[in-house]
Design a protein around this ligand. Sequence first.
Ligand code: MG
Length: 366
Amino acid sequence: LRNETEIIERIWQALPTRPRKKSGDWLQLGVGDDAAVIRAANRDGAADGDWVLSTDAFLERVHFLTEVHSPADIGYKALARATSDLAAMGAVPKFFLLSMALPPDRTGAWLDGFLKGMSQAAREFGMMLIGGDTSRFRSAAINVTVGGQAVSDKGGRVHILTRSGARPGDLIYVSGTLGAAQLGLEVILHGLDGKARGPKIPRGGTWKRLLQPHLRPRIQIALGRWLAGENAPRRPIATAAIDSSDGLSTDLNHICQASGVGARIWASKIPAVRVPQGLRRRGFGLDPLQLALHGGEDYQLLFTVPPATSRGLPKQIRGVRLTQIGEIVRFSARSKKNAFCVELVGDEGGARPLQARGWDSFANQA
Ligand SMILES: [Mg+2]
């Protein structure tokens, strides 16, 4: 039995992933990051900007439940999740292709609702549909492929953010709040008392704010563009970036693996979701730090900046809070196989290895 990482590696081994040398300059970045980067050429063959591409599957019973999630929320989130990978590269979203399989009884009102939500996301992100495919299937399976354009700085130089640029000494930042989407999901799955027999959305406006991060995540397009150095004098603000889709422990691990570095983060600095007193008292097992470390689907940006840049970094960008949570450290390749590259410093000051326990599609999930 393989886990998600092993399955992805198996796919990369079995299929061609690099262009032949002579004609290889069109591929700027292939497999292994949040998105791929294709270099465009003008009529004379000169480089003319970079296009960023990513794809994402959104499946009934794996990622959403049609008896709980409204069609509009499903449509909105299907495009938001895919587009978040463009935000992580600092790209400007432009277009998407929608491939969907549906049971016949969901082609009427359900589909209309789905398209309404997706259309809202498309307008918000500035994207248009350019193609797709439809098919009949026993459950709803949605695949969205998104494309965007890399930003350029004042001098016209094109920049993208990757997972691989973090260097020892860089400081680690995260946008917004972590664990909020997971908290919303826990409330839906287990009810307000933690004992629900089936998933259910609590009624009443009080719970809306709690569920919003799960139902309609806000993705960080503007922040990504700024971090990539759009209209900046010379270079990107961030050295590396990823969107927090699988959970901090897993996503920070991706940056470390891709950059060949380690990371140390402080529990007390992590902007963890506030769990309402009412839920805590019910002995729900909802620990803010655990939700923040391992909860998925926040779609915030996790990024690194050099110390000199960090000193001038604003506390927030367009209302989105930026929090420094740790630093990038050296990591010896010798022990890479078994050792954990992320360390968590607890409130008592001791550091312990942090296992990547975020979302894995092929692991046993609760
Ligand atoms: Mg991602």
